[in-house]
Design a protein around this ligand. Structure first.
Ligand code: ADP
Ligand code: NI
Length: 215
């Protein structure tokens, strides 16, 4: 097996090439932030295998279902890549398991990560969906798909409500972003999420008061 530092370096190159320029909020810099978040959480969760955390964070959005890839496509792409670097097959299996189970939609399908490494990477990805960065990503996504930022005529925003008929960006806070703090797996992930959640609450309060003409 090649040395872990070299494997991480080559994985970064691979992911960077595949995701640079992606326009809906899953670009290379999203991956870098998730990788950094994951390493910060992993430092606090002493039993975690840092190598698995790092590989999974880097590969977590490669061949995403949003771009038409299936779970099997993703398994094949990641397995081929890591096997070429002579990564042990148990590690490859673990990374594929994490990447195939990380997304929020699966979270609502009662899927629970069973390994601490998976829990850490999922928390790291969720942290990047909330707070100041989460707000920016969400409006970027809305712009990418030509959505209005807010439509007060809906006026039905309640946390936890699936507003799939509302196509404004503010609705996404209520159908997803404000729920994430209570879905964190690790204690340190939860601590960071509470701070980021607060930032979104403040942002929304300011958004509504400015919208309503308060100077
Ligand atoms: P995940 O990759 O966590 O399963 P998604 O790919 O659905 O989740 O969402 C990733 C990010 O894209 C969200 O955190 C949000 O910033 C943005 N996004 C997704 N769906 C919407 C939407 N309907 N409106 C605005 N932003 C969205
Ligand atoms: Ni992600």
């Amino acid at each position: 097996m090649q040395d872990n530092i070299e494997i991480i370096k080559q994985t970064k190159e691979f992911v960077k090439q595949r995701l640079t320029g992606e326009g809906s909020g899953h670009d290379w810099w999203h991956v870098v932030r998730v990788y950094n978040n994951a390493r910060e959480i992993a430092k606090r969760e002493t039993s975690a295998d840092i190598f698995v955390v790092a590989l999974s964070a880097l590969l977590h959005d490669v061949a995403d279902h949003k771009f038409g890839f299936s779970d099997d496509d993703r398994r094949n792409i990641i397995t081929d890549f890591l096997a070429r670097l002579q990564v042990q097959s148990e590690i490859i299996e673990h990374v594929v398991y994490i990447v195939n189970n990380i997304s929020f939609k699966r979270g609502t399908n009662q899927h629970k990560m069973t390994t601490i490494e998976g829990q850490i990477v999922q928390d790291a990805d969720r942290l990047d969906a909330i707070g100041a960065i989460g707000i920016a990503r969400t409006f970027t996504f809305g712009g990418h798909f030509n959505r209005p930022m807010f439509n007060p005529e809906f006026d039905t925003n309640i946390v936890g409500q699936d507003n799939h008929t509302n196509d404004d960006t503010i609705s996404h806070f209520y159908e997803k972003l404000l729920l994430l703090k209570d879905k964190m797996n690790t204690a340190s992930g939860r601590e960071f999420a509470i701070i980021r959640h607060q930032r979104m609450e403040e942002y929304l309060a300011n958004f509504y008061s400015e919208w309503n003409g308060e100077l």
